[in-house]
Design a protein around this ligand. Structure first.
Ligand code: FAD
Ligand code: EPU
Length: 338
């Protein structure tokens, strides 16, 4: 395995930022990974584990080693009459894993179709879309402890999943490389079409009794109509999380803005649509130099070509600031700033 120097990451992050890594290596097996972590470059740090690069903003050149994960393999490791456990190498492309499940008639991940990135990153922010989150199908994961090279298994509760959150964004951050994830998928799937747009799309498709394949196709159609394709326009999906606020703050905003989009999360909390808040601040579709919030989805920060990480970050901070000033709401970045 080669360690390359001064390596351009522009084709390895979906925001298309032209940053360089001092060192770069791609790993195809756990043995290669174990050998790599003994190297001077890893020992000296810093380290960035890279999957599909669809949830990072490279704010500058990376001064350490980028370890690009290419740990492949998809297999059913256990099953009963009701469910199968599917283990996926962390370097499998997420949507290919979803297609594998659908081909085998296994339900649970069809609503998560077409999310970019690799399987290994999916537990980091507990990916979610169209009424389903990774935690709903997660069984366990295996990760290499960078401190001593041992392999550790994390079960569901140890991952401490939350909305776009897990232990890997807190205490475990930077300490582990996820090598595989095992999912519990259903042989008798319960379909989740509660998200309004899915029902509507199925009607447009002329489907009256959908299965997991049709739900997957409906989700793909909706996503293609709403979200920019990173192959055409640099972006990292939702740049911010939808903020959770107190019912009091929600009611104060709602009084002046009856059209406010919000969902109840508990008796005391409401989740607000950050896309709506950003749109009300006038950012939707507005392009400043080469950067802007997308014209169809104000939550998506876009690099129209050639913007630096600093330019993107500075735009994102202005958006955050204006939402804070107008509504008194802090919107937190979902994307990992490196
Ligand atoms: P990367 O961007 O490569 O890495 C993300 C973070 O995880 C980094 O901090 C990295 O160091 C760490 N990491 C990656 N792999 C490992 C590993 N093996 N071990 C330890 N740490 C690791 N997300 C959603 O939840 N729902 C959506 O609907 C959604 N839609 C999107 C739509 C578009 C168009 C885009 C561009 C992105 C979207 N995303 C969505 C965000 C993104 O696809 C997910 O967060 C995805 O899981 C990121 O995977 P990745 O492999 O690209 O991660
Ligand atoms: N809205 C606006 N203006 C906008 C965008 C949205 O007013 O420009 C309002 C609309 O009323 C809409 C509501 O916000 O009904 C919600 O919008 P949407 O359904 O597009 O979902 P979202 O909350 O913006 C979330 C996730 C997406 C996920 C979709 C579908 C977050 C941060 N984002 O977006 O995930 O695909 O729901 O489930 O939770 C990602 O994480 O990268 C991502 C794309």
């Amino acid at each position: 395995m080669k360690i390359l120097r001064n390596y351009s990451l522009s084709h390895l992050n979906t925001l298309g930022i032209d940053a360089k890594a001092a060192f770069y290596a791609i790993v195809h097996s756990v043995d290669e990974l174990m050998a790599l972590i003994q190297s001077r470059e890893v020992q000296n740090g810093p380290i960035l584990i890279l999957g599909g690069g669809s949830n990072i903003l490279l704010s500058k050149d990376f001064p350490g080693i980028v370890i690009h994960n290419s740990l492949k393999g998809l297999e059913i490791v256990d099953e009963t009459a009701d469910w199968s456990l599917v283990r996926s190498g962390a370097g499998e492309v997420w949507h290919e894993f979803v297609c594998f499940a659908i081909d085998k008639g296994l339900g649970g991940v069809e609503n998560l179709s077409l999310i970019p990135g690799y399987v290994g990153a999916s537990p980091i922010q507990n990916i979610g879309a169209y009424g389903v989150e990774l935690k709903d199908v997660f069984h366990e994961l295996e990760a290499l402890d960078l401190r001593d090279g041992s392999l550790k298994t994390f079960n569901h509760s140890e991952c401490r999943f939350g909305y776009r959150d897990s232990i890997f964004k807190h205490e475990a951050k930077g300490k582990y490389i996820i090598t595989s994830v095992t999912f519990k998928l259903n042989k008798k799937p319960t379909l989740n079409t509660s998200y309004g747009a899915i029902e509507e799309e199925l009607k447009v498709m002329g489907i009256t009794s959908p299965g997991i394949k049709e739900i997957s196709q409906a989700v793909i159609n909706i996503r293609r109509s709403k979200l920019p394709d990173p192959a055409e326009i640099g972006n990292a999906g939702s740049f911010f999380k939808n903020p959770e606020v107190s019912v009091e703050l929600y009611e104060r905003i709602k009084k002046d803005n009856p059209e406010l989009v919000a969902y109840k999360t508990s008796d005391q909390k409401m989740k607000l649509a950050a896309g709506w808040l950003i749109e009300q601040c006038g950012w939707k579709g507005k392009v400043v130099n080469k950067v802007g919030m997308h014209r169809k989805q104000a939550l998506v920060l876009v690099n129209y070509g050639g913007a630096s990480g600093q330019e993107l970050l500075s735009h994102a901070r202005k958006v955050q600031q204006s939402v804070k000033e107008k509504f008194g709401v802090e919107i937190e970045m979902e994307v990992n700033v490196i």
